[in-house]
Write a new protein. Structure first.
Length: 270
């Protein structure tokens, strides 16, 4: 057990005292610190370890802090129509700020159409560890009155997404969530877990299995990167395909496989 004399609030502030980490959920930081303090003798080692984990799961995917203030100013000037060419241009300019969605931009016209074709028009979505992916709504096969629930660990990202939903009158919401511990309690038709499991497993090696089993929706679109952040691809498709099948081993789920440049995806039908 961690030494009760340690000031967890102070250690949390130490972790968050960096531009890269300051908008991350303090509750997640406290949870990670508690785990690290249980296995390390020195608090500064725990702080260093938590920062390293947060880099691996978050800041490594953002080369620099996204310019949310500038984006919000641009957003305010856009027409409230998600299909308007100016809006689509704005979205395609913003998505590359996060490595996960940057890699998906070239395949956006195909990715959701092909992966979700079997489902028809979708009425409700949960987007786990969403990043900037909710901005890709115009490319998703959604019903006119769809609902969209998103969660991530970055407060500034969540604020931007909620303004995005508000501007376009989307029945959506974004909030903090540590999905290694709990999945948002919403009933939806589809849950998106896009390039998320490898990141979550940096925090908890059992997170991938936990997430897939805990999701209540009948359909789950799971994907894995087919290239590293440095652009290397050797063996990644084979590795993540084997890993995915190990995670779902023994489950009676129906699974469709899709492979795109840079991304390997599976549609689970529970």
């Amino acid at each position: 057990m961690p030494d009760p004399s340690l000031d967890l609030e102070d250690l949390t502030r130490q972790v968050l005292n960096s531009e890269k980490y300051r908008s991350i959920s303090p509750e997640l930081v406290k949870d990670l610190l508690t785990r690290e303090l249980a296995r390390r003798a020195k608090p500064r080692e725990a702080v260093k370890a938590v920062r390293s984990k947060l880099h691996q799961v978050g800041s490594a995917y953002q080369e620099k802090p996204p310019p949310y203030t500038a984006w919000l100013a641009d957003l305010a000037s856009l027409p409230p129509d998600l299909r308007d060419p100016a809006v689509l241009s704005f979205i395609q300019r913003v998505l590359p700020a996060h490595a996960s969605t940057r890699e998906r931009v070239p395949i956006l016209p195909r990715f959701f159409r092909e992966c979700l074709a079997e489902l028809g028009e979708i009425s409700s979505v949960l987007d786990i560890a969403c990043g900037l992916n909710p901005l890709a709504i115009p490319w998703m096969p959604l019903k006119q009155d769809f609902t969209y629930t998103a969660c991530d660990i970055y407060a500034d990202m969540i604020g931007f997404l909620n303004q995005f939903f508000l501007h376009f009158q989307v029945n959506g919401s974004a909030s903090h969530a540590d999905v290694t511990q709990t999945i948002p309690d919403v009933e939806v038709e589809l849950t998106l877990v896009l390039k998320t499991i490898p990141c979550l497993e940096q925090l908890d090696k059992d997170a991938g299995r936990f997430v897939l089993n805990a999701i209540r929706s009948p359909n789950i679109l799971v994907s894995f990167p087919a290239r590293s952040l440095g652009g290397r691809s050797k063996g990644m498709v084979q590795f993540y395909e084997q890993h995915f099948h190990a995670l779902v081993s023994g489950q009676p789920w129906r699974i469709n496989r899709f492979e795109f440049p840079g991304e390997l995806a599976f549609l689970i039908r529970k």
